[in-house]
Design a protein around this ligand. Structure first.
Ligand code: DP6
Length: 319
């Protein structure tokens, strides 16, 4: 028996991953770019060679769907694996568009790899984590990360790459928590329905790579205006493809719209703040660290909870 614990941080896509070209391997139809966050993380301990398979979240037996997904992911990593115990905990609410599957599968991949004594490179870990949840492949690095979609059928060239480290740029990401409960439809199902039914999906594909190129340059040059505009465009295009799916997928709540307007108003007053949203109602706002208070107070008029996050570190094997 051997055991390892890993902590991996959540990431928020600034340019979105939405749509797959291979649903088995989670191969994306578009490239994406993300920021890893500091205070939102998952810590996972894997015991390799336990009496029987068991999965616990926060010390309690995990819901069936969750346990099956984690264990079948490890089956894929090592078809001859022994029984395992997986103990996992999040520093933030799951299932609310706060990217828990990203930090979750990154931490599980890293802990399982270390516990099994495998010797994977970070890129190989990213390829493996991607098969658990696409966005997880970006949580193998801190700071800004690009995930190029790749072109190989086996997915070995579809992984994250570090773009700029945690301390590259004094930005903050605020999360206006509109709802922290479980969302009505998960991102995997929503993105597949979008791909299959939205008449705007082809346009989404046609414009996404240019957004990643623009955002990469903007990150390198620390140009918040260019990055923010590309980020909002990517977000609204992604949500437009969801809204035009059949049946339509709409995560927005009234408070989501109120936060969108609050960000527009901040900009009209000269505060550089830009928003993004994932498969959920929460609004995430990127700004200079010096403007955190102004942004926080504008969002607090519409939601009862605003989380302030900074760029975060790479994952680590902690024990
Ligand atoms: C809207 O990575 O959760 O957050 O690969 O099916 O597990 P699966 O999907 P997931 O989707 C994330 C979608 C998004 C955008 C993003 O993170 O890039």
């Amino acid at each position: 028996m051997s055991r390892a614990t890993a902590r991996a941080h959540a990431n928020i896509a600034l340019i979105k991953y939405w749509g797959k070209r291979d649903t088995q391997l989670n191969l994306p139809a578009v490239s994406s770019l993300s920021l890893t966050l500091d205070r939102f993380w998952t810590e996972t301990t894997v015991t390799w060679g336990a009496p029987a398979d068991v999965v616990r979240v926060g010390g309690e037996a995990a819901p069936d769907g969750f346990a099956t997904r984690a264990l079948s992911f490890l089956d894929r990593l090592d078809p001859a694996r022994p029984p395992v115990a997986i103990d996992t905990d999040n520093s933030f609410p799951t299932g609310a568009g706060l990217a828990s599957s990203a930090s979750g599968f990154a931490a599980l991949t890293l802990a399982a790899s270390a516990a099994s004594g495998a010797d994977h490179t970070t890129e190989q870990l990213s390829v493996l984590a991607r098969q658990g949840s696409g966005s997880a492949c970006r949580s193998l690095w801190g700071g800004f990360v690009t995930w190029r979609k790749g072109s190989l059928a086996d997915g070995t060239d579809s992984h994250g790459s570090p773009l700029a480290p945690q301390d590259h740029w004094d930005l903050a990401m605020l999360v206006a928590v509109v709802a922290a409960g479980k969302k009505p439809i998960g991102s995997t199902v929503a993105m597949e329905r979008t791909r299959a039914t939205s008449p705007y999906y082809a346009e989404w594909l046609a414009t996404s790579e240019a957004d990643v190129d623009t955002a990469e340059r903007a990150v390198r040059e620390r140009n918040l205006t260019t990055l923010g505009e590309a980020m909002e465009s990517s977000t609204f295009k992604m949500h437009a493809t969801m809204h035009t799916a059949r049946p339509s997928v709409n995560y927005w709540k009234p408070a989501t719209m109120a936060c969108i307007h609050a960000v527009e108003q901040l900009r009209s007053k000269g505060v550089e703040a830009y928003l993004t949203m994932d498969a959920g109602p929460n609004v995430k706002v990127l700004c200079n660290r010096a403007d955190v208070e102004a942004v926080q107070s504008a969002l607090s008029a519409h939601v009862s909870r605003v989380e302030v996050l900074l760029p975060g570190p790479a994952p680590q094997v902690t024990r």
